[in-house]
Design a protein around this ligand. Structure first.
Ligand SMILES: Cc1cc2nc3c(=O)[nH]c(=O)nc-3n(C[C@H](O)[C@H](O)[C@H](O)COP(=O)(O)OP(=O)(O)OC[C@H]3O[C@@H](n4cnc5c(N)ncnc54)[C@H](O)[C@@H]3O)c2cc1C
Length: 508
């Protein structure tokens, strides 16, 4: 029997940071093994507000480095993944008694000028009596500012980074928990458990990356056995989704009386997404759940602005996640830094570990580059930074060419209705053709599980994107969960159990 190979890098965690680091590293020539204990993006990375943004609010806490880096990333990420990332305009109503207009103008001036904006339009002032953005709001909001940021399908960004990493040679294992990692001289021996079968195995690596998000301190202490356990502050954030509250494609940025802000964002064609909250969290991040107080807070905050109040019965879905913020000792959760910090341990004859704390979806690519700098400090240089100009899978079309891409797909597959062609292009970009293959009619796409979720799409997700359960498909690879009934979801679950079993049988 041949000995298992020694990997250069072992990454713990299949969220945006782990998958971004794995992709960058394998693209530079390192051998990489990544383990995710659940599904890709099942932690914080599918529970964000989904903004590629500088973070206007962070300017109030003098986070100029973070805001500048994040602003610069807006156009870089859009260019490399124009199917799942796109520009969005935000309307910030001026509210008497809250932040003065001059302060907002100053913030937006900085926003427009420090972030290398080339394609995104600049800030402007709106007269809400005459602008359609004023229509769904109370008439007392007479003036507003409109500025640019970006939107991202967060869970798909993770899956596409994982896909690209695997295409370049990385090993990506989901439902695989790292149960221990121990140093043996210059190597790590990492013990893994398949969470579905209970089988265990060992993998050796030269360097360990701990990208376990809100579990990062737990992994450091319980899994790796190091005595450095208070690096992150866990802060819960929740969102509510309601039926479409307005038709405008722009999102709203609402200031609240407590100094916080919330967004109301057009979501999945037929809905409005409202969030988020900030409250300290303790316990297992997988158990995070919206509280009654958060629901009341979000309904009340949005109702301060919308002419028609937002009420509990309007809510069709909620989600919550835990921010793993670097603990900088700030007194309030909303004031804790959103910047990232990388901390190393070992080297000089002992196998190194690099831990990542904090960060944003927006800055994951830059975090990965900083991580690679540190990795190369230990393992030697292999390649140059390369991800700034490398499309993610399906993103190889011009940033402003989304509509043209939908039209091309419709021409190649004339039987697709316009909505489905648009949805498939939004999720898979140019790879929608891989999914559709030789199909010449809807019937060729196999069973329709509801809301135009066909068997061909489900099979594509199982074969190419590590989807194993109905939940993976309905709530992370797609958001068809918003459309399917409980019975339809159960039928998909049954179907997926069948194909997962066949996959296991085929692999054995
Ligand atoms: C409410 C909210 C709103 C946000 N909004 C935005 C936004 O609009 N824009 C933005 O840029 N950022 C936003 N963020 C921040 C962003 O979502 C996070 O910074 C980012 O998702 C963190 O990614 P991560 O990879 O570090 O963690 P995660 O996504 O949590 O990934 C860590 C992974 O590690 C796995 N893991 C843990 N332990 C083990 C183990 N022992 N073995 C194997 N795997 C393990 C977990 O299962 C998990 O999947 C928001 C965050 C929250 C909570």
């Amino acid at each position: 029997m041949s000995a298992s190979p020694i990997h250069d890098i072992f990454v713990i965690g299949g969220g945006i940071n782990g998958c971004g680091i794995a992709r960058d590293a394998v693209g530079r020539g390192f051998s990489v093994f990544l383990a995710e204990m659940n599904d890709l993006a099942s932690g914080t990375s599918s529970g964000s507000t989904k903004l590629i943004h500088g973070g206007l609010r962070y300017l109030e806490f003098y986070e100029f480095r973070l805001v500048r880096e994040a602003l610069m990333e807006r156009e870089t990420l859009w260019k490399n993944a124009p199917h799942i990332i796109w520009p969005m305009r935000f309307v910030l109503p001026y509210a008497k008694g809250l932040r003065p207009a001059w302060l907002i103008r100053l913030g937006l001036f900085l926003y427009d000028h420090i972030g290398g904006r080339k394609l995104l339009p600049a800030t402007k002032t709106l007269d809400m009596a005459n602008d359609p953005a004023g229509k769904p709001l109370k008439p007392l909001f007479r003036k507003a500012f409109e500025y640019s940021d970006g939107w991202v399908n967060d869970a798909r960004l993770v899956a596409l980074n994982a896909r690209d990493a695997a295409d370049r040679g990385a090993t990506i294992r989901t439902r695989t928990k790292v149960i221990s990692a121990r140093r043996e001289g210059e190597l790590w021996t990492v013990r893994l458990e398949n969470t579905q079968t209970g089988d265990t195995e060992e993998v050796k690596a030269r360097l360990l990356v701990n990208a376990a998000g809100p579990w990062v301190d737990h992994v450091l202490s319980a899994t790796v056995g190091l005595n450095d356990v208070h690096n992150v502050r866990l802060v819960q954030g929740s969102h509510i989704v309601i039926s479409k509250k307005f038709d405008d494609p722009r999102a709203y940025f609402f200031q609240n009386k407590d100094g916080r802000i919330i967004f109301a964002i057009p979501y999945e064609e037929e809905f409005t997404l409202i969030g988020t909250t900030d409250q300290d969290f303790s316990g297992d991040p997988h158990d995070v759940k919206i509280s009654d107080a958060e629901i009341d807070y979000l309904c009340a905050a949005a109702s301060e602005y919308f002419a028609q109040p937002v009420k509990r019965p309007d809510i069709v879905w909620t989600y919550s996640a835990v921010r793993p913020l670097y603990d900088d000792g700030a007194s309030k959760a909303q004031e804790a830094t959103r910047d990232y910090v990388l901390k190393t341990d070992g080297g000089d004859g002992t196998a190194p570990i690099i831990n990542t704390f904090g960060g944003k979806i927006t800055t994951y690519r830059r975090l990965s580059e900083s991580m690679l700098e540190k990795i190369e400090g230990f393992l030697g240089k292999r390649g140059k930074p390369w991800t700034a100009n490398a499309p993610l899978p399906g993103g190889d079309f011009p940033a402003s060419g989304f509509d043209a891409e939908v039209a091309k797909l419709k021409t190649a597959y004339p039987f697709l209705d316009a909505r489905l062609a648009r949805r498939l292009t939004r999720l898979y970009g140019t790879r929608a053709r891989m999914l559709l293959g030789l199909a010449r009619s809807n019937a060729d796409l196999g069973r329709n599980f509801g809301a135009d979720l066909y068997e061909a799409e489900v099979r594509y997700l199982v074969q190419n994107e590590w989807a194993m359960t109905a939940e993976d498909v309905l709530w992370r690879r797609t958001k068809r969960g918003l459309q399917l009934s409980r019975e339809q979801a159960a039928a998909l679950d049954e179907f997926m159990r069948g194909i997962s079993r066949r996959h296991v049988a085929a692999a054995e």
